[in-house]
Every structure is written in C-alpha cells, then in structure tokens.
Ligand binder design. Structure first.
Ligand code: PAP
Length: 328
C-alpha cells in the first residue's frame, strides 16, 4: 500500500513539474510539447522520460537505437534486432520480424517507463542479454548510466525536409487527441524554431554527432539517405560496430544481403503483421510504413519554405561537419 501511494505521489510531482514548464503545440505524440532540459518533451512521454532517467540501469552489453522521430527508427530497429539476434534466429524464413512489428521487438524506454514502474524494472532486469532498446531522447538527456557504461548506441538521422514531411503525415493519421491542431504551414514554422517532439532537431543530431566523433566505439552515427543508397556498406558498419560474429562468417556477404532484404521497406510494409493493430495504442502499424523514399518533401514545400529550411540547416550545422544532400 505504501508503495502504491509513494508512486501516486511521485506521479503527481511529475505532473506538477510538467505543468510548470513552457508548453507549445508541435508535431509530436501530443497534445503538447514541454520545454524540459533544453528539449521539447511530448506530454505523452513526459512521465516515462523522467522515470527512464531516474530508474533505468544500463548494462555494458546493452544496445540502443537512438533517433529523432521519423528518421528511420523502425528500419534501424529491424536491422539491429536481426543482427544482434542472428545466432538465436539464423533462419530468415522463420524470423520473428515476419510475425512482429519492429516496435514490438524493440521497446522504447520512454514508453516502457510510462507504465507500472515496478513491473517494468523487474522485467528489464530479467531480460536476456544483450538487451536492445530504443529512445528518442537527446544525448544530453540520456541517463548517466547509459553514457558512463560501455553500452553501445546506434543513432539514425534523416534530412530535415523529409523528416518534417514524414512527421506531418504521421501526425495526421494518429489518434486525433495526439495530433496537433496546426496547419502544415504552422507546424513548419514551429519546426523551424525547433519546436517538435524531442526537438530542436539540430541539437538532437549534433549531440549524437559530436559524441560519435569523440567516442566512435560508443556511438555509431547513420543517415537514412546513406542507408538507402548503400545498405551493404552501412549494414556492415553496424555489424562491425556491434562486434557481431556475422563479420567472421564465411558467408558474411550473403548473410548481410539477407538481412537487408528482410528489412526492406516494401517487404516490411507488405507483411500482414504490419498492416493492422496499434503501436503504443496511438498509431496503427501501417502508419510506420508510408513511402520510405528520399525527396518526398518536394511534393510539399513551397520555394520560400525550401529557402527558409535550407538556411536554418546551413546555419545550425555549419562547422559541425554534418551535412545532408537534399537537393539531388
Ligand atoms: P518513428 O520515429 O515514429 O519510429 P520512423 O521509423 O523513424 O518513425 O520513421 C518513419 C519513416 O521511416 C517513414 O518515412 P516516410 O513517412 O517518408 O515514408 C517510413 O515509411 C520509413 N520507413 C519505415 N520502415 C522503413 C524501411 N524498412 N526502410 C526504409 N524506410 C522505412
């Protein structure tokens, strides 16, 4: 009983904290985003974020998929799951990815921790190793236990044009209570000011980018466009980063081809398991597989929007060494 009331009080304190923060409407799992630790935290995840920061204990063998929303999380979850579990599931004909959505196989920590804390902590400590999780938290807000342990982080980002369009389209399809009451133009203005779930997008990318430069064994930095253009090369990078035995296998090239094929957009979109049902009770699974293309933004942006976002990208990323090919 005492435990239950302690939890209730802790949840009330978290709620009070959330309500005391600046809030805005923005593309997110809404209805609002709250300015917390220099990022815009969606109200839906607020409690989970606080509990994740406070109660999660990373293990050296843990692997994390990190991303800004709509940058290729689902794809990277699938690839990483297959690579990390290759010894348990060597068959590509009978693979768990054929019967479960990647978000069901790889849970988001801010989501896990938004539920029944004690059960979740127990479940996490009983999971077999290596454990694989995901997060949308910026690097600077990750719990110390993650940054200080030897766990590994694979980060994916995507050009801000397509990321915005993907987020916009997603927001129009999720349950209306979570989608913002903003027009495309209003959402774009907010996005240009960094206001979107887990944004600003530039500090999100740069946090992981800088870490991947100073600690390349800790953070592997990937771009959606690179993965699309040369999947073999970048999947090999993941294999090597994870010290996967696949790299030593005589048939390693064939295995890598099979992994890429299993996680291909068209293949995953076509699976029965990804056609119906909900993820996190907000979004239908098929909404995680829309077009899967580079450059769809060209169908949405006016010339002045292109100019505006291009300038912001240049300004925010200048000197960092991080860039995107968006006009090809
Ligand atoms: P999340 O952050 O909500 O998990 P995330 O998976 O990062 O979403 O992004 C979804 C985008 O990845 C969608 O892009 P689109 O809207 O431009 O189409 C989705 O189609 C794309 N996507 C999902 N799975 C794959 C895949 N296997 N290969 C390539 N792109 C994919």
């Amino acid at each position: 009983m005492a435990l239950a009331s302690d939890h209730k009080q802790a949840n009330e304190e978290i709620n009070e904290l959330m309500l005391s923060l600046p809030k805005e409407m923005g593309l997110c799992a809404g209805p609002y985003v709250h300015l917390f630790q220099d990022f815009w935290c969606p109200s839906f995840y607020f409690q989970g974020v606080i509990n994740f920061q406070k109660h999660f204990h990373a293990k050296d063998s843990d692997v994390f998929v990190a991303s800004f929303p709509k940058s290729g999380t689902t794809w990277l979850k699938a690839l990483t799951f297959v690579i990390l579990n290759h010894q348990h599931f060597p068959s590509f004909e009978n693979h768990p990815l054929l019967s479960s959505n990647p978000h069901e196989l790889v849970s988001s920590l801010e989501f896990i921790f938004s539920h029944d804390l004690h059960d979740q902590i127990l479940n996490l400590s009983n999971m077999s190793e290596p454990r694989l999780f995901s997060t949308h938290l910026p690097f600077s807000s990750l719990p110390k236990t993650m940054t200080e342990s030897k766990c590994k982080i694979i980060y994916i980002c995507r050009n801000p044009f397509d990321t915005f369009v993907s987020a916009w389209e997603f927001s129009t399809k999720i349950k209306s209570v979570f989608s913002p009451a903003l027009t495309f133009e209003e959402a774009f203005e907010k996005y240009c000011n960094g206001i979107a779930g887990f944004g600003p997008w530039w500090s999100h990318m740069l946090g992981y980018w800088n870490e991947s430069i100073t600690k390349p064994d800790k953070v592997l930095f990937l771009k959606y466009e690179d993965l699309k253009e040369d999947a073999v090369f970048h999947v090999k990078r993941i294999v090597e980063f994870l010290d996967s035995p696949i790299a030593q296998e005589g048939e390693s090239s064939a295995v890598i081809e099979n992994i890429i094929n299993l996680c291909r957009f068209e293949k995953m979109k076509d699976l029965e398991v990804n056609k119906s049902g909900y993820i996190h009770n907000i979004a239908e699974k098929n909404n995680f597989f829309r077009k899967g293309k580079i450059g769809d933004w060209k169908n949405y942006f006016s010339p002045s929007m292109v100019e505006k976002l291009s300038k912001i990208i240049e300004e925010k990323l200048s000197g960092s060494g991080l860039s995107f090919k968006v006009h090809s």
